[in-house]
Design a protein around this ligand. Structure first.
Ligand SMILES: Cc1cc2nc3c(=O)[nH]c(=O)nc-3n(C[C@H](O)[C@H](O)[C@H](O)COP(=O)(O)OP(=O)(O)OC[C@H]3O[C@@H](n4cnc5c(N)ncnc54)[C@H](O)[C@@H]3O)c2cc1C
Length: 503
């Protein structure tokens, strides 16, 4: 392995360089403890550098370019939710200490810089009665999540995050700041809408915001006495319902392993029927507050047909749960207690339709003894609506005509005994592989969302998320903006791809 012993001196960018040993060892150790997927905490980046402005990022990249070989490979971290940020042996440009969010209420836009998280952005937007289409977990990075698509509860109403990009500034490997939008560097603007961080470090992103609505929210934990056949039926029937649901309805079905229970969580953002006056009782994303602000089912056309339907399950636990919920404090924090930091091995796929066969695979993978433990789950999100309106070529993200986004949430109980822990992780990884393999004949397509499980195929699996026409455009862009492959860890394009494309 190359030694980078003198590298900090070579990288004279004026910023502290955190290393596992030496003067900054305590700071380095603190950062390596603070990663959502704690399975990554044992990784050993060579250096961590933490810019707090676009000028810092420019200095880092210019110094990196000028530094003599051998150089450690360069990785970028934002919200720290993927496996691609903190990479063994890498120089990690960690944006997490730079969090700037500014809202322009007049033009209804928000600009985020560096490593601002969804929670940071939501806190600012809520002051202005605005919301942006991004994800559902406040701890994920806004830019990291958005540049690979970005889907949340409002995606069917207002499109994916990428459909709401207004402009961005990218710092290239040369350390140059390049603005892109619908009227400036349009090729780059197309590429960062789904193509991730292949072309440089995105230092700022402006997105369109939308008027905020309180949401009508339903949560149905449903018991399935006969776990496998009833889960299959639930997936099929809920899938058919989701496909036809109006655009203002979004949500997911959670299919946990090892329990004969499935949970449907759906929201309606139909402002003409969901009361927008101040909520009577504060509603935040915890189960105790869920039971505040009950609503009448008949008031919400998009959800009322869920009232009596168990979708084939035996019965619903908790009865009729339709509530009024604050968008930011309630819905956007709702999944937090279910997605606490832990040990994860995940993957993400798209499914075009919910065929009986696909539903059967998901039921079998979760409700039989195939699953490695009771901490794993499948999360099936509704796509469609506005998220499916753009053509596959309009932005780099594809699969617009797919209707379900399936997250394989592989997790396990950590053991201090390394052999035991490794075996548990291997069992979860094997299960993830099985789910992918078994769903493959039923229309599965890879999703560009950046998870650990996509590394299974040597880093090229993500490529299947793109059709050939978009791959060619992405490669051409890679060659224009990052011909030396300075940003190698995004994995949609790999090194060989980039080199093979040299003119
Ligand atoms: C618990 C959980 C919930 C999730 N929920 C949703 C959801 O509701 N909707 C959704 O769409 N996705 C969701 N995701 C998927 C998420 O979009 C991806 O995991 C995303 O990559 C996370 O971004 P991050 O910034 O938090 O992670 P990081 O690991 O910090 O970054 C992810 C990748 O993006 C690159 N990157 C980050 N910032 C920049 C930048 N400024 N410039 C260039 N490259 C950059 C990094 O190199 C890295 O490869 C979820 C993931 C998890 C783990």
């Amino acid at each position: 392995m190359a030694s980078f012993i003198d590298f900090p001196d070579a990288l004279k960018c004026g910023l502290p360089m955190l290393t596992a040993e030496g003067a900054m060892a305590a700071e380095y150790a603190a950062e390596m403890k603070d990663i959502w997927n704690q399975d990554l905490c044992t990784r050993r980046p060579a250096f961590i550098v933490q810019p707090k402005s676009a000028a810092d990022v420019q200095s880092i990249l210019k110094a990196y370019k000028a530094a003599p070989e051998p150089r450690p490979p360069l990785a970028v971290a934002c919200g720290r939710h993927s496996a691609r940020g903190f990479v063994d042996g890498a120089l990690v440009v960690d944006l997490s200490k730079w969090k700037s969010v500014s809202v322009d209420a007049t033009s209804k836009t928000v600009t985020v810089e560096g490593g601002a998280k969804l929670g940071d952005m939501d806190a600012e937007l809520s002051k202005h009665g605005l919301a942006v289409c991004t994800g559902t977990n406040p701890d994920t990075g806004v830019i990291g999540l958005s540049i690979v698509g970005g889907g949340g509860f409002l995606a069917r109403l207002h499109g994916l995050a990428v459909d709401n990009f207004v402009e961005a500034t990218v710092c290239t490997a040369e350390g140059e700041l390049v603005k892109c939008s619908d009227s400036e560097n349009t090729d780059l603007f197309w590429g960062i809408r789904g193509g991730g961080g292949h072309f440089g470090i995105i230092v700022s992103l402006t997105m369109r915001a939308h008027s905020l609505t309180n949401l009508a929210v339903v949560e149905h934990p449903t018991f399935c006495r006969k776990a496998e056949p009833q889960t299959k039926e639930m997936l099929e029937r809920w899938g058919a319902w989701a496909q036809e649901a109006p655009n203002e309805v979004g949500g997911l079905m959670v299919v946990p392993c090892g329990a004969p229970v499935n949970v449907i969580f759906c929201v309606s953002a139909n402002a003409s029927v969901v009361p927008q006056e101040k909520l009577k009782k504060k509603s935040v994303g915890s189960s105790s507050s869920f039971f505040k602000n009950p609503m009448k089912w008949s008031d919400i056309p998009g959800l009322c047909d869920l009232e009596n339907d168990t979708f084939g399950g035996s019965f619903r636990i908790g009865g009729k749960n339709l509530r009024l919920m604050d968008y930011h404090a309630g819905a956007q924090t709702y999944l937090v207690p279910h997605q606490k930091p832990g040990h994860f091995y995940e993957a993400a796929f798209m499914l075009p339709t919910m065929t009986p066969e696909a539903a059967g695979v998901m039921a079998r993978m979760t409700k039989t003894n195939i699953a490695p433990n009771g901490k794993c789950a499948l999360l099936v999100f509704m796509f469609g609506g506005k998220a499916s309106e753009a053509s596959n070529e309009a932005t780099a993200i594809e699969s617009r005509d797919y209707r379900y986004w399936v997250i394989v949430e592989g997790s396990w109980e950590y053991s201090k005994d390394k052999a035991v822990n490794d075996a548990r992780k291997a069992a979860v990884a094997e299960w993830t592989r099985k789910v992918r393999l078994e769903l493959a004949p039923h229309g599965l397509k890879e999703s560009p969302h950046v998870f650990e499980g996509e590394d299974e195929e040597g880093g090229t699996g993500l490529r299947k998320a793109f059709v050939d026409s978009n791959i060619d455009r992405l490669l051409a862009l890679k060659h224009k903006y990052d011909p030396q492959n300075t940003f190698p860890f995004n994995k949609i394009l790999n090194k060989e791809d980039s080199e093979g494309k040299k003119e």
